[in-house]
Structures are given as C-alpha cells and as structure tokens.
Design a binder for this molecule. Structure first.
Ligand code: 5GP
Length: 115
C-alpha cells in the first residue's frame, strides 16, 4: 500500500470552498456520494490507514474526531433530530478509502442497521 490517499490530496489542496472544518488534527468535507442529506467526512490529517492502526500514541484522534462531529452536527442543525457516526474497517466493514475517517450522517431518518 502506498503512503498517500485521495483524502491526503484533498487535505493538502486546502480548497476552502470544499473544506467545512479544519484544525491541527482533522479536516472535514462533504462526502462525494451523499447517502443522506448531511453526509460529512471527518478525516485525520495524518495518514492513518484504518482504525486498526490506532495505538497508545495516536488514540487521542478518535475522541477528537467524535468531538468535531458533535460540533458539525450542531453547525448543520442535526443535533436535535439526530445523526449517526460510522467508521468502516477493511473489507467486511466496507472500507473504500484507506485513510482514517468518520462519517457523520443525518438530515433524515436513517434505516436500522442493528436489529
Ligand atoms: P469508506 O467506505 O472508506 O468508509 O468511505 C469512503 C467515502 O469516501 C465514501 O463514502 C466515498 O463516497 C467517499 N469518497 C471517495 N472519494 C472521494 C473524493 O474524492 N472526495 C470526497 N469528498 N469523498 C470521496
């Protein structure tokens, strides 16, 4: 596997018309293939290929990603109606892009996944 990704390219380009949120640790932008009215990706600035690469020294990023998701949920006014956060991992989890990211989904009633 190489050491870059399409998300690294987006982060590096820093096109402010596309970027919703950025700080030292994460960058957020709309998913290109929206599966809900609000479908935002919160991506680690550093290339971490999957959640399997989380370890003692980088685990802070997960809490930070979720924190940013709550900020964006408020900004996009889906905090009251509700939303879902998803991290896909590897083949069975349906991961397509090997660069750690959290999906923030909302703006409609989402189908049950666990039942
Ligand atoms: P995964 O399945 O890896 O959890 O999710 C990857 C997501 O990235 C998919 O929902 C896909 O639509 C989105 N995506 C793939 N390529 C691009 C791109 O070039 N730009 C944006 N904004 N999203 C992308």
């Amino acid at each position: 596997m190489n050491n870059t990704s399409i998300f690294s390219k987006i982060i590096k380009e820093n096109d402010l018309s596309k970027i919703i949120y950025k700080d030292k640790y994460v960058t957020s932008f709309h998913d290109i293939k929206q599966i809900a009215p609000i479908h935002i990706l919160i991506v680690s600035n550093k290339l971490i290929k999957s959640i399997n690469e989380i370890n003692k020294s980088n685990k802070y990023i997960l809490g930070h990603m979720i924190y940013v998701a709550t900020i964006l949920a408020k900004q996009f006014k889906i905090d009251k109606s509700g939303y879902r956060l998803i991290i896909n991992c590897n083949k069975d989890g349906g991961q397509e892009i090997f660069h750690l990211h959290l999906h923030l989904l909302g703006g409609k009633k989402l189908g049950k996944m666990l039942s």
